[in-house]
Write a protein that binds this ligand. Sequence first.
Ligand code: FAD
Ligand code: DLZ
Ligand code: SF4
Length: 519
Amino acid sequence: MTKPTLIPILGDQLTRTLASLRGQSKTDSVILMMEVWDEATYVKHHKQKIALIFSAMRHFAAELSEAGWRIDYVKLTDTNNAGSFTGEVARAIERHDPAKICIVEASEWRVRQSMDEWHDKFACEVEVLPDDRFICSQAEFDEWAKGRKELRMEFFYREMRKKTGLLIDESGKPVGEKWNLDAENRASPDAKMDPPPCPKFAPDQMTQEVIELVEDRFGDHFGNLENFGWPVTRADAEKAADAFFAERLPDFGKYQDAMVHGSDDLYHSMLSTSINCGLLDPLELCQRAAKAYQDGDAPLNSVEGFIRQIIGWREYVRGFYWHQMPGLAEANELGAARPLPEFYWTGETGMRCLADSIRSTHDNAHAHHIQRLMVLGNFALLSGVAPSAVEDWYLAVYADAYEWVELPNVAAMVLYADGGKLASKPYAASGNYINKMSDYCKECAYSPSKKTGEGACPFNPLYWHFMDRHRERLSKNHRIGRIYSTWDRMGEEKQRDYLDSAEAFLETLEPAKDGWARH
Ligand code: FAD
Ligand code: DLZ
Ligand code: SF4
């Protein structure tokens, strides 16, 4: 009897066309899928994230089994569960005596490090294949980055447009003559907004069992499971995509940066969880978006904006992550050291923008981009929270969070902890920005127009406190340095007022209790 090939499939590799499945004989292979304690707890993930991954894994295993594959599925509750990928692969080798292991490279540094030991640890051959679900290979990204002093998404994105042919005309130029229509995508919320609700998928029996397991084993993790409605199969993820293209893509661009209290999905696609665990193919989604433009079903600013998020930002942060690791996880160029405030976990703050973004995070394991960047992120940046604490929080609370995508967004885009390798300037903003882009401030306990003292929006003094603290570095930055002439014109008394207000506010921040993010 020929020895089989063992094909481990990880929780974010749930794709029928995965490189390790292509060209394999169904009779000569065993697919291994493992629910393991290590993955469920390296940070204390939001309950919905664990339920999503376990349920999507179980559904995917059933789908493969139906298609004739031999599946060895290890549940978290299996008595001898080894608790780690390496431990489970070792046990599977004993069960199946494979000729070789064939696996697609892990998406995260932590897991790749442990997989690197497999060659020495296991007697059989270990073949690790590149993850070709990304449009840009790591070698290609590294080549693009070579010799560049600054890495900027915009130039990378143009290469990806040319590579994929998305929104490129016959003469090789961008459709509509501009590469980037972001300037058209900054509308404030208005009365014309009426986003149709995003589809939610009622848990079937398999998901229900997983929900009970999560409640039982991870009951002390952040978040609730009552609202669980994420797609956990490719079929449902496609329904979610259909609804987005039919109902929300046309206004996606215009209202991309808008925030409305209590309105969690707006015109966003809500597809990141499905893309990241493998249920949806990012390139196919972009091709659908481009077709919607060609067919006259959506305007260019929306379609270009959507495509840019995926073949631009998503591909770019993945390349950046591998280009910068392991240093990126330690980066702290601004020397930020404050503990994460407790309200990031409880939502108990009078700052209405933060409270609403944290509520959505708690209830849905999701907040949209501008809440993550300009509310939650901006606050952490301005108040100088230590990058590792902020990174752990983002990794724990979002259902779409994997380190390869979370870390560049948090460390580099939000916190400027990489010293500007990814972003040309810190995304620092006062209350003005949030007031312009949301309806939060109208009913807030603070006033965005009040600059200092009692009742002033805390973002206002914090903004100047941040700029003052980092003057030496930021005054040399050509995109933000000019702000210091405004600061200097204020005079000492006004400046002191800002700094005192900020310090008084910072003193009120209660640090997070131990044990929320890490076990
Ligand atoms: P849409 O607004 O509909 O955008 C379409 C798609 O574009 C998304 O599904 C996503 O795949 C991609 N995309 C958009 N922006 C980014 C980005 N900055 N980086 C990578 N992909 C992007 N996204 C994650 O998938 N996982 C994370 O852990 C994550 N952490 C973030 C942390 C911070 C601080 C910030 C500022 C952004 C983060 N993002 C992350 C990016 C973005 O917020 C989410 O992808 C988006 O909110 C998901 O909702 P959506 O599918 O409705 O996105
Ligand atoms: C996120 C996650 C969780 C919570 N649990 C598992 C698991 O038990 N088994 C598994 O295969 N994958 C899980 N995942 C996704 C993995 O963390 C992800 O596939 C790797 O970290 C990628 O490097
Ligand atoms: Fe947020 Fe300030 Fe507006 Fe309140 S006033 S919602 S704290 S930006």
